[in-house]
Every structure is written in structure tokens, then in C-alpha cells.
Ligand binder design. Structure first.
Ligand SMILES: *Cc1c(COP(=O)(O)O)cnc(C)c1O
Length: 370
């Protein structure tokens, strides 16, 4: 039996190495994983209470419509309940959208390099992929407009962009939306929305009334620290939500995830303290880069892409053997960079100190060989 042809050249998503495996392989007892932009502070303590309470109902299916979460999130965001769709992570919202709009004969436009799941899912649907290279880590919105034609169905904007951390400004977003033809869905992936501090980062929800072809995606996985539970959401015009709902599995988000997300929204103090500590952590990396003359992209997320002018895989391995899992830029289109998730103050200090040792040793070796 042959699977459909689009699957034949695809590899499953390669997650970071599992912690237990790294421990065994290198004889380490402590591992620090800063590879998947997880929240180093975990989630609000009230989330745990909500989960424990929910364990009384494990025999029951979840509410497929997520009515309670829907009601509370709708109030929190100030959008109508009918404008929301929940996914098993925003990953699933990507899948629902591609399943709903893409097929052979259509195409989809995205940045190169950006979050890989847009491309992955579009390939499975048999659509043509049009990638428009980033310019200095930023979306080339003019180039993306130029790539749109009558067969384009979805354009993906990732802001802040994973892996560069760059964002699309309000002005750039506005002029882009004004130019995109109505038959094209614009998906604004805002997985790092909560972390952004840039003043000209657009609040995109108000644009929904003007642009019925806009879809916003957010998630509880990053700033809210619920990556394990898989829950994210899309926000769009009711007509889009109604159109794509049938492509969603009936019980796609669990009772536990729904209960946890409700508790997470209610603890905005916890969220604020994570965001604040993240900014301080980013500053640690900025200082390190400036001190060592390394180039980096200023980040609006909870990660930073640093260019070491070295084989990223070697540097990745150096950190791995010392118990620190980061993300090599090699797989992300940046072969001399590492993408490091901002950890807590001590984790950042430790990683920076290992990187400094590496840089000093590498500089010593270079001098000797001159
Ligand atoms: C992490 C991430 C997601 C996926 O998040 P989940 O909700 O956990 O599926 C989506 N988009 C971007 C850009 C991400 O970095």
C-alpha cells in the first residue's frame, strides 16, 4: 500500500532530543532544555488545582465546543464567541486551515524561514509552496504580495517570527492587508503575542471587522506555559469559523486542557511576571552578544537567534554534552546560529558562560593555527 505521494518526501517533525535520552547518552544528571520556547517558569499554580479538580471527570468526553473556555476567552479578548475555534495546540489550527483551503492546484505563500508547520501541512494537502526569503530576519511583505495570484489561498504571517523574533509593525500590517486580494486568507500566527513589547506591534483583533479574510492564531503553549496540554486557538470572522469547523475533530481539546486554559487566563499576575523576567533574560543575551561582537536579531519573543559565525551543529553539540539542549540553526535555515529559548536568570548565566568558554577556546585555536 502506498501512502499519498505528498507524504513520501516528508519527514515527521523532529523534536528536540528527549531529556532522558541525553542524560543516558552523556552520563549527566541535570539537563536544561531551552530548545522549544517553553516557559521556564511553567504555568500558574492555579492551573495545577484546576487540573486536579478535573481528574474527577476523566471518564467523560470533553465539551467539544469548549463552551466555558469559549465564554471566558471571548470576554477576555473582547471578541464574539462565534469568532473562536480551539485546536489541539495552534498546530492543529494550522492543520484545520490547510485541510479546509488547500489542495492540488492551489498555492500558499509564506516566509523563508519561518515556522515549519505551514509548509509541512500544505505539502500534505498537495498545494504549491511559495516561500519568500526574509530580509534581515523580517518578512518581505512586498515580495509576498508579489507571489500571490488567483490560485493563492493562504498567506502566512508569523509575528513575532519563529526563529528570528522579528515582528511586523502596525503600518506594515495595515498596508499589507489593504493590498491582499479578498480571495486570500491571511493567517497571522501570534504564538508569542503576550511577550511582545514593541509599541508599534499591531493589535490585530480590531481588523477582523474590516478584513473577513483575516485569521489570528494564538496559543496557551508559550507564555501561559501549557505546552504539555496542547491548546491553542484561532480568531476569525464567523463565516470562516463556520466554514472550517467541520474539519475539526469533535473532541480535539481535552477536559484537562480546557480547565487549565481557563485557570491560566485568570492569573494575569503570573503571566506578567513571566513576561517581565523574559525581558530581563533577553537583556542577558543582548549584553553577551554585544560584549563578544556577535550579531543577533532583537527578539519580541522568548527566544533569541544568535549568529556565532561557527558551525551551529558543533556549538549545539558542545552545549549538549554539558547538559544544555538548545536549537541548532542548521535545521532552521541559519547554519551558523543557535536559537536559544530564554530561560531563568541562572540558566541563562550558565549557558552564556559555556558559550564564552567555547568562544575563548575557539579563538585560541584560531590564533595558534595562524
Ligand atoms: C510554538 C509555535 C506554535 C505552536 O504552538 P502550539 O500551540 O503548541 O501548537 C505555532 N506557531 C509558532 C510560530 C510557534 O513558535
Amino acid at each position: 500500500m502506498e501512502a499519498k505521494k505528498q507524504l513520501q518526501n516528508l519527514t515527521p517533525y523532529q523534536p528536540g532530543k528527549p531529556i532522558e535520552e541525553v542524560k543516558r547518552e552523556y552520563g549527566l544528571t541535570k539537563i536544561t532544555k531551552l530548545a522549544s520556547n517553553e516557559n521556564p517558569y511553567g504555568s500558574s499554580p492555579s492551573v495545577r488545582d484546576a487540573i486536579i479538580a478535573e481528574t474527577a471527570h476523566l471518564g467523560l468526553y470533553p465539551d467539544g465546543y469548549s463552551a466555558e473556555l469559549r465564554e471566558e476567552l471571548s470576554e477576555f479578548l473582547g471578541v464574539k464567541q462565534e469568532k473562536l475555534i480551539f485546536g489541539n495546540g495552534s498546530d492543529e489550527v494550522v492543520q484545520i486551515l490547510t485541510r479546509s483551503y488547500l489542495r492540488e492546484g492551489t498555492n500558499t505563500v509564506m516566509a523563508e524561514h519561518t515556522f515549519p508547520q505551514y509548509k509541512h501541512n500544505a505539502i500534505i494537502e498537495g498545494a504549491e509552496i511559495r516561500e519568500v526569503p526574509l530580509i534581515n530576519g523580517e518578512h518581505d511583505l512586498k515580495g509576498m504580495l508579489g507571489a500571490i495570484d488567483e490560485n493563492t489561498r493562504i498567506v502566512w504571517l508569523c509575528s513575532p517570527n519563529n526563529p528570528t523574533g522579528h515582528y511586523i509593525s502596525q503600518k506594515a500590517f495595515e498596508s499589507f492587508m489593504a493590498e491582499v486580494p479578498e480571495h486570500v486568507l491571511v493567517v497571522s500566527d501570534e504564538a508569542y503575542y503576550e511577550y511582545v513589547v514593541a509599541e508599534d506591534y499591531p493589535e490585530t483583533i480590531p481588523y477582523l471587522s474590516q478584513y473577513p479574510n483575516l485569521v489570528i492564531m494564538r496559543t496557551f503553549s508559550k507564555a501561559y506555559g501549557l505546552a504539555a496540554l496542547r491548546i491553542g486557538y484561532g480568531i476569525a470572522d464567523e463565516r470562516i469559523i463556520r466554514a472550517i469547523e467541520p474539519a475539526r475533530e469533535p473532541f480535539n481539546t481535552s477536559r484537562i486542557a480546557q480547565a487549565a486554559a481557563r485557570a491560566a487566563i485568570k492569573d494575569q499576575d503570573f503571566l506578567a511576571s513571566c513576561l517581565n523576567r523574559n525581558r530581563k533574560g533577553l537583556k542577558q543575551y543582548y549584553d553577551f552578544c554585544e560584549k563578544n561582537g556577535l550579531s543577533y536579531y532583537p527578539s519580541q519573543g522568548n527566544f533569541i537567534l544568535i549568529d556565532f559565525n561557527e558551525d551551529a551543529n558543533k556549538l549545539f553539540q558542545h552545549l549538549l554534552e554539558r547538559g544544555y539542549i538548545v536549537r541548532s540553526g542548521a535545521a532552521l535555515g541559519f547554519p551558523t546560529s543557535l536559537r536559544i529559548t530564554v530561560g531563568d536568570e541562572i540558566q541563562n548565566k550558565e549557558i552564556i558562560s559555556h558559550l564564552e568558554t567555547y568562544l575563548e577556546t575557539a579563538a585560541g585555536i584560531k590564533k595558534e593555527t595562524v
